[in-house]
Design a protein around this ligand. Structure first.
Ligand code: ZN
Ligand code: MN
Length: 486
C-alpha cells in the first residue's frame, strides 16, 4: 500500500445516456427497451446501403434541454458527422455522431457533499446513434457465439463529456450522481443503469503530487453501475500508484472492470489513438436553430439538484442523507414545502415528522406518500396542536395514524378520539401524589438524587390518563412533590 498522499489522480468521465424519445434518432422505429430481439428495425437502423437517415426533432429538443440544464452554451447550428470505425455491432462502418456541431459546450455541474460540494466542468454534450447490442449472456445464445440485437441500433444517445478535472474516485461518484439526477429531473431520460440507458466510461491518470505533466492515461470502459465506477477507479488509482512508486511506467491501455473480482484487466494492449476520420454526414444537412427556439429551451426554469440539496440543508436543517432522500423524491419534496408553509413554525419539526413517523407509517402500510390520505395541511395543523399543548407526542402519533387512514381535521380527530392532552395542573397533581404513594421506593431514590427513578412516577400518571397527560407539567409536579417532602 503506497501512500495515497504522495500521488494525485486526474479523472475524466464520459457518460452515454439513452434519450426518452418515442422513435429512434434517424428512423421511425420505436425506441423501446425489452422487445423481442430484432423486432424494432428497418433498413435505416439495420444499416442497409442506400437507406437515408431522417433526423428526429424530439431528440434535438431533449439534447438541448439537457445541455441547458448542464449549464452549457447552446449552438445556433447543429451538425452531424460520420465517425468511421469497424465493429460487428455497426454494420454500416460508421456511427453518425456530432464532432463539431454539438448540442452543448462548456457546461458545469454542481455536486454536493458534507463539505459543501463543488463544480465539475463539462466539455461538451453531443448526440449520436446507439449501436446494435452484442448478446452473449442470454440462455438462447450457444457457448462461444455472439448474437446481435438491432432493436438498440439507432436509439438516440447523448454523450456528456467532463473535463479531466476530477481528482478522486469519490468526487467522480458525486459528479455522476449530480449529472444523472439533473437528466432525470429535466425528463430527458430515466437513466436506468440496469437497462443500459446510462453507461459510464472513465479515464484516469496518476502523477506524483505537484508534478505538472500528466501521467499516462488509462481508460476503463462500460462500467455498469456508479458503485462499480467508483470501485474501478479506486482499484486503478492504487494500481498505478504502486507502479509509479516501484519506479515503473504505466502503460496506455483500455481496461475492463470485473465487478465480481473487483479488478481491472486490459482489453487491448499497445493502444494507438484511433483515427475515426470524422467528416460531415452527407445525408443530413446542418440544422439552424432559431434564437427564439434556443431561448425557449434555456428559459425553462430549472433548479439544479445541488440547489435543492442546499435549500434543504440550510433552510430545513437536514442531514445530507435526509436532503438526498427529500430532494429526489418529488412527492416528498412538494409535501415538505407545502407543509412547512402551512405550519409556519420550526421547519426542522416538519422534517422530523415527515422522515420519521410519516415514512414509518407509510412503510408499514406499503403505501406511497402520493397515495396517502394525509395532506401537508393536515400535518401542519397537527404540529400546531402539538405546539399549543393540545396534544402530546404519543397522542399526536395516534392522530397521525388516523389522518393517514381517513384524512380529515386533526382537531376534530383529537376530540372524537379523546386524545386531547390533559394539562389541568390540579387534576395532574392529584395523580402525581397518588403515584408517589404507590411508589415509595421511587420517591426515596429520587430524593437521593437518582433521577432515573422518575420514570416510575411518570409511567403511573401516563397509565392513569391513557397517555394523555402533559409530560412537561407532570415532570414539574413530580419535582415539586418530591421537594415538598410530604
Ligand atoms: Zn429503424
Ligand atoms: Mn460516444
Amino acid at each position: 500500500m503506497t501512500s495515497a498522499a504522495a500521488y494525485e489522480a486526474t479523472i475524466g468521465l464520459e457518460v452515454h445516456v439513452q434519450l426518452r424519445t418515442a422513435s429512434k434518432l434517424f428512423c421511425g422505429c420505436a425506441n423501446e427497451f425489452g422487445a423481442p430481439p430484432n423486432t424494432l428495425t428497418c433498413p435505416v437502423c439495420l444499416g442497409h446501403p442506400g437507406s437515408l437517415p431522417v433526423l428526429n426533432g424530439e431528440a434535438i429538443l431533449l439534447g438541448l434541454r439537457a445541455a441547458a440544464a448542464l449549464d452549457c452554451s447552446l449552438p445556433a447550428m447543429i451538425r452531424f458527422d460520420r465517425k468511421n470505425y469497424f465493429y460487428p455491432d455497426l454494420p454500416k462502418g460508421f456511427q453518425i455522431s456530432q464532432h463539431s456541431g454539438a448540442v452543448g459546450l462548456d457546461g458545469a455541474v454542481e455536486y454536493w457533499d458534507e463539505e459543501g460540494g463543488g463544480t465539475v466542468a463539462v466539455e461538451r454534450v453531443h448526440l449520436e446513434e446507439d449501436t446494435a447490442k452484442a448478446v452473449h449472456a442470454e440462455a438462447y445464445v450457444r457457448p462461444g457465439e455472439t448474437l446481435l440485437d438491432f432493436n438498440r441500433s439507432g436509439v438516440p444517445l447523448m454523450e456528456v463529456v467532463s473535463r479531466p478535472v476530477i481528482t478522486s474516485p469519490e468526487m467522480a461518484r458525486r459528479y455522476i450522481v449530480a449529472v444523472r439526477q439533473t437528466l432525470i429531473d429535466v425528463g430527458v431520460s430515466d437513466c436506468g443503469l440496469e437497462k443500459g440507458a446510462f453507461r459510464i466510461d472513465t479515464n484516469i491518470s496518476v502523477k506524483p503530487k505537484g508534478e505538472a505533466k500528466l501521467g499516462e492515461q488509462v481508460e476503463i470502459k462500460n462500467l455498469n453501475s456508479i458503485r462499480a465506477m467508483e470501485a474501478a477507479l479506486e482499484y486503478e488509482f492504487e494500481r498505478q500508484r504502486e507502479i509509479l512508486a516501484g519506479g515503473g511506467k504505466v502503460e496506455r491501455v483500455t481496461l475492463h472492470y470485473d465487478d465480481a473480482t473487483g479488478e481491472t484487466t486490459p482489453t487491448r494492449f499497445k493502444e494507438v489513438r484511433a483515427d475515426y476520420r470524422y467528416f460531415a454526414e452527407p445525408d443530413l444537412p446542418p440544422v439552424a436553430l432559431p434564437a427564439s427556439y434556443v431561448e425557449k429551451v434555456r428559459a425553462d426554469d430549472f433548479a439544479p439538484p445541488a440547489a435543492r440539496i442546499r435549500e434543504l440543508r440550510e433552510g430545513y436543517d437536514t442531514t445530507l442523507a435526509e436532503a438526498e432522500m427529500l430532494a429526489f423524491a418529488p412527492a416528498y419534496y412538494d409535501f415538505l414545502g407545502r407543509a412547512a408553509a402551512a405550519y409556519g413554525g420550526e421547519r426542522r419539526a416538519v422534517v422530523n415528522w415527515l422522515v420519521g413517523d410519516v415514512t414509518r407509517e407509510l412503510k408499514e402500510r406499503g403505501e406511497e406518500l402520493a397515495d396517502a390520505k394525509l395532506t401537508p395541511e393536515g400535518l401542519a395543523s397537527l404540529l400546531k396542536l402539538l405546539d399549543a399543548g393540545e396534544v402530546n407526542v404519543p397522542g399526536a402519533r395516534e392522530v397521525l395514524a388516523a389522518l393517514m387512514n381517513e384524512g380529515g381535521d386533526p382537531a376534530a380527530l383529537l376530540e372524537a378520539k379523546g386524545l386531547g392532552q390533559i394539562s389541568d395542573a390540579g387534576a395532574l397533581e392529584e395523580l402525581v401524589r397518588a403515584a408517589a404513594a404507590a411508589n415509595p421506593k421511587a420517591v426515596a431514590d429520587l430524593r437521593a438524587g437518582k433521577e432515573r427513578a422518575r420514570g416510575a412516577l411518570v409511567g403511573y400518571v401516563m397509565k392513569e390518563t391513557k397517555g394523555r397527560a402533559n409530560p412537561q407539567i407532570v415532570n414539574e409536579l413530580i419535582t415539586k412533590v418530591i421537594a415538598a417532602g410530604d
